[in-house]
Design a protein. Structure first.
Length: 578
């Protein structure tokens, strides 16, 4: 009625209408809740979504089953909070507390938006310093808790860290703060919206009350919990890669290392979450653009896990770097790396580094999917972000002290790579230097440990340097460690029980089928579909070459199984191990 979707910006009267519409909606829901004894149970809400799906009234690609799985987290976490004593009971259905919380979220957004209008006045653009000055001079008009929160959070986001603004082509600036020209109205509106969404998630999943206040924080485990809860709906919408078992943990690492305000502690803050969300949203649009540019020449079937055309790996590699150069011209160090790789005929090595850092199987000839591109382009932004922050002399190479400035941020993940082994400070520094120089962590074998000790002894005589490609190689090494951990479990099972495993799969033995499904991290709700697919494919998977010994046969089996899962869109939707 009021044409909100046609507007690029909202004024004061628009904001009042949004608040009024929200209040009216919540007022109409209250009697419904009362009629159901104070709670509209999830089971009843599920029936509504099933009926909507049956009548083709749900948005495209969204499944009722995915919405059903989200109801508990939405009510018990997003609209309540893990830190509340009654969060479990709140997860059971729509209640009066949720109505109050929705009203608070709308008011939080509205107060932030009024701040944006007060900052910008009647102009469309202000420099970074003008925005900071204007905000610092605006008093908090209302003294209630929600207004105070919006004021505190907007101050924190604008006065600290890299300005989150976009260029005229809609690409987020990933540059040193002094090189970013300023904000448009749309930049600050988007910042406010990202603030509200990030705060909602962090406050909802923080398990301790002190971490659920105006400066919310979550841990790595809580970040993983977020992704586990939204996995099914995210799969439907195409923004969660179902093949990554550690999506939340990886995202925690990305926020904690590659944002301009990351500090290497054990928590993700609101500033880190907002900056990460802005970078990922912008770069995902660029990934979609790159995919659309390549799909005509490189498209192959069958469709990928999200229903998009896949790209031939060879064709993709032949065309990737020139397209990246033009699309990512706002990332000067990435473009410089591409130019240097082509001049020195190292383009293939650079492409390998990019693929190894994001693809579930590393560099493979399986087709490239849009979901992989959506992971690939943010990673290039992350590498640029490190240079924007740490390349003080702006040479395009991180040198010694600049490299070691990154060490506190990487340190927690070095401990993860060490898989539970207690490391001294000297050993941690040696592993960091080793990874920077060699692009992968040292081996955990006895020989690898001896080599690391020898390397540690001469550490003080080494000068460290790092390029964009070095950063990509480090990310690839973390991917490799994760793959190897999962590989070991599959290899061990095959070596011990290959013949019996195949036989029981063929007969549909429920125990071994469940064990296989768990091993490959396949979705619980896909039990029957997985069983049918795996029985159809078992002869291909378990085929043997008698010229190979048991160890070689196990590795060949693992390669076939990975290729099968990654190459079959049906299995990719069911399983996420590889």
């Amino acid at each position: 009625q009021y044409g909100f979707l046609k507007k690029t910006t909202l004024n004061d009267s628009d904001i009042e209408i949004v608040e009024m519409a929200s209040r009216d909606l919540l007022t109409s829901l209250s009697p419904t809740i009362e009629r159901h004894g104070g709670r509209v149970d999830n089971g009843l809400i599920e029936k509504v979504f099933v009926a909507l799906e049956q009548n083709e009234l749900l948005p495209v690609r969204i499944k009722a089953q995915s919405v059903r799985g989200m109801l508990g987290p939405v009510f018990g976490k997003f609209l309540a909070g893990n830190h509340l004593a009654n969060s479990a009971s709140l997860s059971l259905g729509l209640q009066a507390d949720h109505i109050t919380r929705i009203d608070e979220v709308v008011k939080d957004w509205a107060e932030g938006h009024r701040l944006v209008l007060a900052i910008m006045g009647n102009v469309e653009f202000l420099t970074v310093n003008q925005v900071k000055t204007a905000l610092s001079q605006i008093p908090n008009r209302n003294k209630d808790e929600i207004s105070e929160r919006a004021h505190i959070q907007m101050l924190d986001l604008i006065l600290r860290g890299r300005p989150l603004a976009r260029d005229i082509e809609g690409r987020t600036y990933v540059l040193p703060s002094n090189l970013i020209p300023g904000y448009r109205v749309a930049d600050l509106e988007r910042l406010n919206l990202n603030r509200v969404l990030s705060s909602l998630i962090l406050k909802g999943y923080a398990r301790q009350t002190p971490r659920a206040g105006n400066a919310p924080q979550i841990t790595s485990q809580e970040a993983q919990e977020v992704f586990s809860d939204v996995k099914s709906l995210g799969r439907d919408l195409g923004f969660v890669d179902v093949r990554s078992l550690q999506s939340g943990t990886r995202t925690f690492m990305e926020m904690g290392v590659f944002t301009s305000v990351s500090d290497g502690d054990q928590f993700i803050s609101l500033r880190e979450a907002v900056e990460w969300l802005e970078i990922v949203a912008s770069s995902s649009k660029l990934a979609d653009h790159i995919h659309s540019q390549l799909v005509g020449a490189c498209g192959v079937g069958p469709l990928g896990v999200f229903g998009d055309m896949r790209l031939s790996a060879q064709c993709f590699r032949e065309r990737l770097l020139p397209l990246l150069r033009s699309t990512l011209s706002h990332l000067p160090n990435v473009v410089r790396t591409i130019n240097q790789a082509e001049r020195s005929r190292q383009a293939e090595r650079l492409i390998r580094s990019i693929e190894e850092s994001v693809r579930p199987l590393g560099m493979t000839d399986l087709p490239i999917e849009l979901s992989e591109l959506r992971a690939m382009i943010p990673v290039l932004h992350y590498a640029e972000s490190l240079f924007a922050r740490f390349d003080v002399n702006q040479t395009g190479v991180l040198e010694d002290e600049e490299v070691w400035s990154i060490f506190p941020l990487i340190r927690p993940f070095i401990r993860t790579v060490a898989t539970g082994v207690d490391l001294s400070a000297g050993e941690e520094r040696a592993i960091f230097s080793w990874i920077v120089r060699k692009g992968e962590p040292p081996s955990t074998t006895m020989g690898g440990k001896i080599s690391l000790k020898m390397y540690q002894a001469r550490l003080g005589f080494l000068e460290e340097t790092a390029t964009v490609e070095t950063i990509l190689q480090i990310l690839g090494s973390f991917q490799k460690v994760g793959r190897e951990s999962k590989d070991r479990a599959v290899l061990e099972l095959y070596r011990l029980h290959a013949a019996a495993w195949e036989k029981k799969l063929g007969s549909g033995d429920e125990e071994i089928m469940n064990r296989t499904r768990n091993l490959l991290q396949c979705a619980d709700e896909a039990k029957d579909s997985f069983a049918r697919l795996i029985q159809m494919r078992r002869a291909d998977i378990f085929s043997r070459d008698e010229r190979q010994d048991d160890e070689e046969q196990a590795v060949a089996f693992l390669t076939r199984f990975k290729t099968l899962v990654q190459g079959d869109p049906q299995l990719q939707l069911l399983c996420q191990a590889f």
